[in-house]
Design a binder for this molecule. Structure first.
Ligand code: NAI
Ligand code: MG
Length: 492
């Protein structure tokens, strides 16, 4: 009986994997061979005279080259942002500001298909995700904050919200356009001007956002977009005329930024790493929970700061959950990110793939048991099989450190107190997930969990109106929602 069942499952998996290719056409993506820096409303050649390449991580082919901004370029962008702030943006009536933000959202919607293809080519994420999640959610953030721009007196009753001035914004490669939207939209709504630096492996959608900003006729200098790697980011952080740093990325760089701005008047919001726990109780709807766990760790190749990278399963259903998880993993399609059937695309860079592979080695050395789905990986590009570890100890590095890949560390538990203790036992505190039939358990656990977001019977749900951010080494400050406005204003 068991054999027949597994044979049937195998047939089903084989046929899922053998679906005919359904690639999205690349023709929607208009990528220039070279991009300059977007400063003062124009694309300007870098004073550094240097450029670097951005590649497609699924094929290792060069897509374009972008400018490598040095400190003089950063200064030029900050001067443009300061001038635009003093002369235009801070004086503009809020309802006029709102119209520009709204226009950016509308143009982004119109160009959504093009943006989705470029996002997938440059970063490696499945087209289904960039098309259905990244681009629409980015547009929604602009819509949402356009609505707040002329209603700040309701956001902060009996107070006056004053803009900070020039915001320096540094973003990572996992949700390139969405992170740009998270940062730019609330800054503009509150009357600040911006210098944004996208990540060096995924600069293209931010540069295309610069095209939208031109098309929306935003006054020159209100948003400046400069490209470069860590040194460019550091020059932005250290520029004396920046009033606020908004950063999303690694905890290591977040700590460096904190040191760099200590003793200055610069404000900061830091969104850093995570090691989220998904917790399955024995009364949970197990198929639904397994689906949520799969989504939580394999969504965007696990390149998600709030990824559910740890799983705690109540002992009585442990075996059943592991079996269901393995069965579901077998059906996942890993490969060409442009194919609409693909579930797991390319790892963002060779460097990130090396980090993940090193953790797979560490996990095995620590004595954990590794299981990977039996899929084949493409020969070119950076790919990783969906992976789970069982037999994991709480002190293992794979249970404590952020891996940022499709790798799940699994443990069992018996009681509520035990799982709360284990779930809270990492340096991070960004998010968590609880799967149970009982509302009382949800309330008990979510109030004791040291995590900025706790999802109940769901995972990785986002909305522009809900705040997002962490505890402990996951950073501080909140983005999104009403809370996201606070990081960009002084209240008087
Ligand atoms: P990273 O933190 O170095 O990069 C994020 C951004 O910071 C990029 O735009 C980068 O150019 C910039 N940056 C780098 N050094 C800087 C500096 N000294 N000053 C100012 N800006 C600087 O992250 P990386 O190296 O790409 O990834 C390493 C690890 O970080 C990943 O394995 C993952 O664990 C974590 N990570 C977490 C993210 C999150 O969303 N919380 C996003 C990306 C990475
Ligand atoms: Mg790239």
């Amino acid at each position: 009986m068991a054999t027949r069942k597994s044979n049937t499952l195998k047939l089903k998996f084989d046929s899922a994997r053998n679906l005919s290719p359904a690639p999205e056409s690349k023709s929607a993506a208009k990528i220039e061979p070279r991009y300059d820096l977007f400063i003062n409303g124009k694309f300007e050649k870098p004073l550094s005279k240097k450029y670097f390449s951005t590649i497609n991580p699924a094929t290792e082919e060069k897509l374009s080259e972008v400018a490598d901004a040095n400190a003089a370029d950063v200064n030029k962008a900050v001067v443009a942002a300061r001038t635009a702030y003093d002369k235009v943006w801070k004086k503009m009536p809020a309802k006029e500001r709102a119209k520009y933000i709204y226009r950016i959202a509308r143009i982004m919607q119109e160009r959504a298909r093009e943006f989705a293809v470029v996002e997938t080519l440059d970063g490696g994420k499945p087209i289904r995700e960039s098309r259905d999640f990244d681009i629409p959610t980015a547009a929604n953030h602009f819509f949402y904050y356009a609505g707040w721009a002329d209603k700040l007196e309701y956001a902060f009753p009996n107070r006056t919200a004053k803009p900070l001035g020039v915001a320096g914004q540094i973003i990572p490669w996992n949700f390139p356009l969405l992170m740009a939207a998270w940062k730019i939209a609330p800054a503009l709504a509150t009357g600040n001007t911006v210098v944004l630096k996208p990540a060096e492996t995924t600069p293209l959608t931010a540069l295309k956002l610069a095209e939208i900003i031109q098309e929306a006729d935003l006054p020159p200098g209100v948003v400046n977009i400069i490209t470069g790697a860590g040194a460019t980011g550091a020059a932005l952080v250290n520029h004396p005329d920046i009033n606020k740093i908004a950063f999303t990325g690694s905890t290591a760089v977040g700590k460096m930024i904190q040191h760099a701005i200590a003793g200055t008047n610069k404000k900061a919001t830091l969104e850093l790493g995570g090691k989220a726990a998904n917790i399955i109780f024995d009364d949970a709807p197990l198929d639904q929970a397994v689906e949520g766990v799969i989504n939580g760790i394999f969504f965007n190749q696990g390149h998600v700061c709030c990824a559910g990278s740890r799983l705690y399963v109540q002992e009585s259903v442990f075996k059943e959950v592991i079996r269901k998880l393995k069965d579901r993993m077998e059906t996942l399609i890993v490969g060409d990110p442009l194919d609409k059937n693909t579930d797991i695309g390319a790892i963002n860079s060779r460097q990130q793939l090396d980090i993940i592979n090193n953790y797979l080695k560490i996990g095995k050395q620590e004595g954990a048991e590794m299981y990977q789905s039996s899929c084949n990986l493409p020969r070119k590009g950076f790919f990783c099989k969906p992976t789970i570890f069982t037999n994991v100890a709480q002190s293992n590095r794979i249970a404590q450190e952020e891996i940022f890949g499709p790798v799940l560390a699994i443990q069992s538990f018996r009681t509520d107190d035990e799982v709360i203790e284990k779930a809270n036992n990492t340096p991070f505190g960004l998010s968590a997930g609880i799967w149970t039939d009982k509302g009382s358990k949800i309330f008990n656990l979510s109030s004791k969990m040291r995590a900025g977001v706790v999802w109940a019977n769901s995972f990785n749900k986002f909305d522009p109106s809900s705040p997002f951010g962490g505890y402990k080494e996951s950073g501080y400050g909140r983005e999104g929602g009403l809370h996201g406005l606070s990081g960009y204003v002084n209240l008087v």
